[in-house]
Design a protein around this ligand. Structure first.
Ligand code: ZN
Length: 266
Protein backbone atom coordinates (compact mmCIF):
# COMPACT_ATOMS: atom_id res chain seq x y z
CA UNK A 1 0.00 0.00 0.00
CA UNK A 2 1.35 3.45 -0.79
CA UNK A 3 2.50 5.17 2.39
CA UNK A 4 3.48 8.77 3.10
CA UNK A 5 6.62 8.81 0.89
CA UNK A 6 4.79 7.29 -2.08
CA UNK A 7 1.80 9.62 -1.71
CA UNK A 8 4.11 12.62 -1.26
CA UNK A 9 5.99 11.61 -4.43
CA UNK A 10 2.74 11.27 -6.38
CA UNK A 11 1.59 14.68 -5.12
CA UNK A 12 4.87 16.33 -6.13
CA UNK A 13 4.61 14.85 -9.63
CA UNK A 14 0.95 15.79 -10.03
CA UNK A 15 1.40 19.33 -8.69
CA UNK A 16 3.47 20.31 -11.68
CA UNK A 17 1.04 18.79 -14.14
CA UNK A 18 -2.39 19.40 -12.64
CA UNK A 19 -2.35 22.76 -10.90
CA UNK A 20 -4.24 25.33 -12.96
CA UNK A 21 -5.94 22.70 -15.12
CA UNK A 22 -9.69 22.52 -15.42
CA UNK A 23 -11.74 19.31 -15.05
CA UNK A 24 -13.55 19.01 -18.39
CA UNK A 25 -14.95 15.47 -17.99
CA UNK A 26 -14.99 12.52 -15.61
CA UNK A 27 -15.83 8.88 -16.22
CA UNK A 28 -16.02 5.67 -14.22
CA UNK A 29 -16.98 2.04 -14.79
CA UNK A 30 -17.07 1.35 -11.05
CA UNK A 31 -19.46 3.75 -9.25
CA UNK A 32 -18.87 2.02 -5.91
CA UNK A 33 -15.42 3.65 -5.73
CA UNK A 34 -17.16 6.93 -4.88
CA UNK A 35 -17.91 7.97 -1.30
CA UNK A 36 -19.93 10.79 0.19
CA UNK A 37 -22.36 11.01 -2.72
CA UNK A 38 -22.89 9.06 -5.91
CA UNK A 39 -20.85 9.55 -9.04
CA UNK A 40 -23.50 11.69 -10.79
CA UNK A 41 -23.59 14.13 -7.88
CA UNK A 42 -19.81 14.26 -7.69
CA UNK A 43 -19.33 14.85 -11.41
CA UNK A 44 -21.93 17.65 -11.27
CA UNK A 45 -20.03 19.41 -8.51
CA UNK A 46 -16.52 18.86 -9.88
CA UNK A 47 -16.92 19.39 -13.62
CA UNK A 48 -15.77 22.79 -14.83
CA UNK A 49 -13.77 23.42 -11.64
CA UNK A 50 -10.09 24.30 -11.72
CA UNK A 51 -7.56 22.24 -9.75
CA UNK A 52 -5.99 25.05 -7.75
CA UNK A 53 -3.69 22.96 -5.60
CA UNK A 54 -2.58 19.35 -5.14
CA UNK A 55 -1.49 18.22 -1.67
CA UNK A 56 -2.11 15.39 0.76
CA UNK A 57 -3.62 14.64 4.15
CA UNK A 58 -1.91 11.53 5.49
CA UNK A 59 -2.19 9.02 2.65
CA UNK A 60 -5.07 10.87 0.94
CA UNK A 61 -4.25 12.68 -2.30
CA UNK A 62 -6.21 15.95 -2.36
CA UNK A 63 -7.12 17.94 -5.45
CA UNK A 64 -8.24 21.35 -4.13
CA UNK A 65 -10.87 22.70 -6.49
CA UNK A 66 -11.97 26.25 -7.21
CA UNK A 67 -15.03 26.95 -5.06
CA UNK A 68 -13.43 25.27 -2.04
CA UNK A 69 -14.29 21.59 -2.44
CA UNK A 70 -11.66 18.83 -2.43
CA UNK A 71 -11.59 15.76 -4.60
CA UNK A 72 -9.70 13.22 -2.49
CA UNK A 73 -8.31 9.94 -3.75
CA UNK A 74 -7.05 7.08 -1.61
CA UNK A 75 -5.08 4.38 -3.42
CA UNK A 76 -5.52 1.69 -0.73
CA UNK A 77 -3.82 -1.57 -1.77
CA UNK A 78 -3.13 -1.51 -5.46
CA UNK A 79 -4.23 1.87 -6.82
CA UNK A 80 -2.03 3.95 -9.09
CA UNK A 81 -2.65 7.45 -10.37
CA UNK A 82 -1.41 7.88 -13.90
CA UNK A 83 -0.99 11.08 -15.84
CA UNK A 84 -1.66 10.11 -19.42
CA UNK A 85 -1.40 11.75 -22.81
CA UNK A 86 -3.68 9.43 -24.79
CA UNK A 87 -6.74 9.61 -27.00
CA UNK A 88 -8.88 8.18 -24.18
CA UNK A 89 -7.82 5.84 -21.33
CA UNK A 90 -8.86 2.33 -22.28
CA UNK A 91 -6.72 0.01 -20.17
CA UNK A 92 -8.96 -2.53 -18.43
CA UNK A 93 -7.79 -1.71 -14.88
CA UNK A 94 -8.48 2.01 -15.24
CA UNK A 95 -11.72 2.48 -13.32
CA UNK A 96 -11.92 6.25 -13.10
CA UNK A 97 -10.50 9.09 -15.13
CA UNK A 98 -10.57 12.85 -15.20
CA UNK A 99 -10.06 14.72 -18.46
CA UNK A 100 -8.09 17.92 -17.98
CA UNK A 101 -8.01 21.11 -20.00
CA UNK A 102 -5.17 20.69 -22.47
CA UNK A 103 -6.39 17.17 -23.27
CA UNK A 104 -4.43 14.95 -20.85
CA UNK A 105 -5.95 12.56 -18.33
CA UNK A 106 -5.55 11.69 -14.69
CA UNK A 107 -6.50 8.03 -14.40
CA UNK A 108 -7.01 5.71 -11.43
CA UNK A 109 -5.59 2.29 -12.29
CA UNK A 110 -6.60 -0.25 -9.66
CA UNK A 111 -6.43 -4.00 -10.13
CA UNK A 112 -8.15 -4.80 -6.83
CA UNK A 113 -10.59 -1.87 -6.78
CA UNK A 114 -10.08 -1.11 -3.09
CA UNK A 115 -9.17 2.52 -3.78
CA UNK A 116 -11.76 5.22 -3.39
CA UNK A 117 -12.65 8.79 -4.35
CA UNK A 118 -14.50 11.29 -2.19
CA UNK A 119 -15.62 14.87 -2.69
CA UNK A 120 -15.08 16.76 0.56
CA UNK A 121 -17.11 19.90 1.20
CA UNK A 122 -15.41 23.21 1.88
CA UNK A 123 -13.52 23.18 5.17
CA UNK A 124 -14.00 19.42 5.74
CA UNK A 125 -10.95 17.42 6.75
CA UNK A 126 -10.16 13.77 7.27
CA UNK A 127 -10.28 12.48 10.83
CA UNK A 128 -6.70 11.35 11.06
CA UNK A 129 -3.83 11.97 13.46
CA UNK A 130 -1.04 14.49 12.88
CA UNK A 131 1.19 13.94 9.88
CA UNK A 132 4.16 11.67 10.63
CA UNK A 133 6.54 14.03 8.88
CA UNK A 134 5.35 17.10 10.78
CA UNK A 135 4.49 15.84 14.29
CA UNK A 136 6.80 17.44 16.90
CA UNK A 137 8.57 15.26 19.47
CA UNK A 138 6.47 16.44 22.43
CA UNK A 139 3.19 15.58 20.68
CA UNK A 140 4.62 12.29 19.37
CA UNK A 141 5.56 11.24 22.89
CA UNK A 142 2.13 12.21 24.24
CA UNK A 143 0.39 10.12 21.57
CA UNK A 144 2.51 7.01 22.09
CA UNK A 145 3.48 6.80 25.72
CA UNK A 146 0.12 5.91 27.29
CA UNK A 147 -0.90 3.29 24.74
CA UNK A 148 -1.08 -0.32 25.80
CA UNK A 149 -0.74 -1.80 22.31
CA UNK A 150 2.49 -2.92 20.66
CA UNK A 151 4.53 -0.21 18.98
CA UNK A 152 4.22 -1.69 15.49
CA UNK A 153 0.41 -1.41 15.62
CA UNK A 154 0.50 2.08 17.14
CA UNK A 155 2.67 3.34 14.27
CA UNK A 156 0.21 1.85 11.76
CA UNK A 157 -2.86 3.46 13.35
CA UNK A 158 -3.77 6.42 11.08
CA UNK A 159 -6.06 7.90 13.74
CA UNK A 160 -3.04 8.39 16.02
CA UNK A 161 -0.35 9.39 13.50
CA UNK A 162 -0.97 9.50 9.76
CA UNK A 163 1.23 8.34 6.91
CA UNK A 164 3.11 5.28 8.18
CA UNK A 165 2.32 1.81 6.83
CA UNK A 166 3.87 -1.64 6.94
CA UNK A 167 7.10 -0.99 5.05
CA UNK A 168 8.20 2.15 6.87
CA UNK A 169 7.10 0.99 10.34
CA UNK A 170 9.55 -1.92 9.94
CA UNK A 171 12.27 0.40 8.71
CA UNK A 172 11.65 2.95 11.49
CA UNK A 173 11.82 0.33 14.26
CA UNK A 174 15.01 -1.17 12.80
CA UNK A 175 16.69 2.25 12.87
CA UNK A 176 15.32 3.06 16.33
CA UNK A 177 16.50 -0.35 17.63
CA UNK A 178 13.06 -1.18 19.02
CA UNK A 179 11.39 -4.60 18.77
CA UNK A 180 8.03 -4.44 16.93
CA UNK A 181 6.27 -6.21 19.83
CA UNK A 182 7.37 -3.72 22.50
CA UNK A 183 4.39 -2.30 24.37
CA UNK A 184 4.14 1.42 23.77
CA UNK A 185 3.72 2.19 27.48
CA UNK A 186 7.02 0.45 28.24
CA UNK A 187 9.10 2.77 26.04
CA UNK A 188 11.51 5.13 27.80
CA UNK A 189 11.88 8.83 26.97
CA UNK A 190 15.09 8.03 25.12
CA UNK A 191 13.50 5.26 23.10
CA UNK A 192 10.55 7.47 22.13
CA UNK A 193 13.02 10.09 20.95
CA UNK A 194 14.87 7.45 18.90
CA UNK A 195 11.63 6.36 17.23
CA UNK A 196 10.65 9.97 16.50
CA UNK A 197 14.09 10.64 14.95
CA UNK A 198 13.83 7.44 12.89
CA UNK A 199 10.35 8.40 11.63
CA UNK A 200 11.69 11.63 10.13
CA UNK A 201 14.92 10.08 8.87
CA UNK A 202 13.28 7.11 7.14
CA UNK A 203 10.39 9.08 5.61
CA UNK A 204 12.65 11.86 4.33
CA UNK A 205 15.04 9.37 2.76
CA UNK A 206 12.15 7.46 1.20
CA UNK A 207 10.74 10.69 -0.28
CA UNK A 208 14.18 11.46 -1.69
CA UNK A 209 14.16 8.01 -3.30
CA UNK A 210 10.56 8.60 -4.50
CA UNK A 211 9.09 5.70 -2.57
CA UNK A 212 9.19 1.90 -2.57
CA UNK A 213 7.99 -0.08 -5.59
CA UNK A 214 7.67 -3.48 -3.92
CA UNK A 215 4.36 -4.49 -5.51
CA UNK A 216 1.97 -2.08 -7.21
CA UNK A 217 3.24 1.40 -6.50
CA UNK A 218 4.41 3.43 -9.49
CA UNK A 219 4.94 7.13 -9.97
CA UNK A 220 2.38 8.95 -12.17
CA UNK A 221 4.70 8.53 -15.17
CA UNK A 222 4.74 4.75 -14.60
CA UNK A 223 8.33 4.56 -13.28
CA UNK A 224 9.43 2.90 -10.02
CA UNK A 225 10.58 4.39 -6.72
CA UNK A 226 14.13 3.71 -5.51
CA UNK A 227 13.79 2.96 -1.77
CA UNK A 228 13.30 -0.81 -2.08
CA UNK A 229 16.93 -1.39 -3.01
CA UNK A 230 18.23 0.47 0.04
CA UNK A 231 15.72 -0.79 2.64
CA UNK A 232 17.24 -2.23 5.80
CA UNK A 233 14.76 -4.82 7.01
CA UNK A 234 11.36 -4.88 5.24
CA UNK A 235 10.99 -8.17 3.30
CA UNK A 236 14.57 -9.11 4.21
CA UNK A 237 13.79 -11.97 6.62
CA UNK A 238 16.48 -14.67 6.33
CA UNK A 239 19.07 -12.07 5.29
CA UNK A 240 21.85 -10.71 7.48
CA UNK A 241 21.31 -7.47 9.41
CA UNK A 242 23.61 -4.80 8.00
CA UNK A 243 24.32 -3.54 11.53
CA UNK A 244 25.40 -6.75 13.25
CA UNK A 245 25.19 -9.68 10.82
CA UNK A 246 22.35 -11.45 12.65
CA UNK A 247 19.79 -13.29 10.52
CA UNK A 248 16.66 -11.16 10.44
CA UNK A 249 13.24 -12.62 11.24
CA UNK A 250 9.59 -12.08 10.42
CA UNK A 251 6.54 -12.40 12.58
CA UNK A 252 2.86 -11.66 12.12
CA UNK A 253 1.19 -9.02 14.30
CA UNK A 254 -2.56 -8.46 13.78
CA UNK A 255 -2.35 -10.05 10.31
CA UNK A 256 0.47 -7.71 9.25
CA UNK A 257 4.02 -8.91 8.78
CA UNK A 258 6.83 -7.42 10.81
CA UNK A 259 10.47 -7.95 9.85
CA UNK A 260 13.11 -7.22 12.47
CA UNK A 261 16.58 -8.00 13.73
CA UNK A 262 16.32 -10.19 16.86
CA UNK A 263 19.69 -8.92 18.13
CA UNK A 264 19.70 -5.13 18.04
CA UNK A 265 15.94 -4.46 18.21
CA UNK A 266 14.87 -4.67 21.85
ZN1 ZN B 1 20.76 -6.11 13.81
Amino acid sequence: MPELPEVETIVRHLKLRLQGKKITAMCTDTPRLFRGGNFEQIIKRAKGKTIEKVDREGKNICLRLSGGETLAIHLMMSGKLLHLAVEQPSEKHIHFWIKLSGGKYLALHDIRKFGWVRLLGKGNKFTIGPDALAVPLSEFKEIIRKRKGVIKNILLNQKLISGIGNIYSDEILWHAEIHPLRRADSLTEKELKHIHTAVKKVLRLAIKKEGTSFSDYRKPDGSEGGYFRIRKVYAREGEKCSKDGTIMERLVISQRSACFCPKHQK
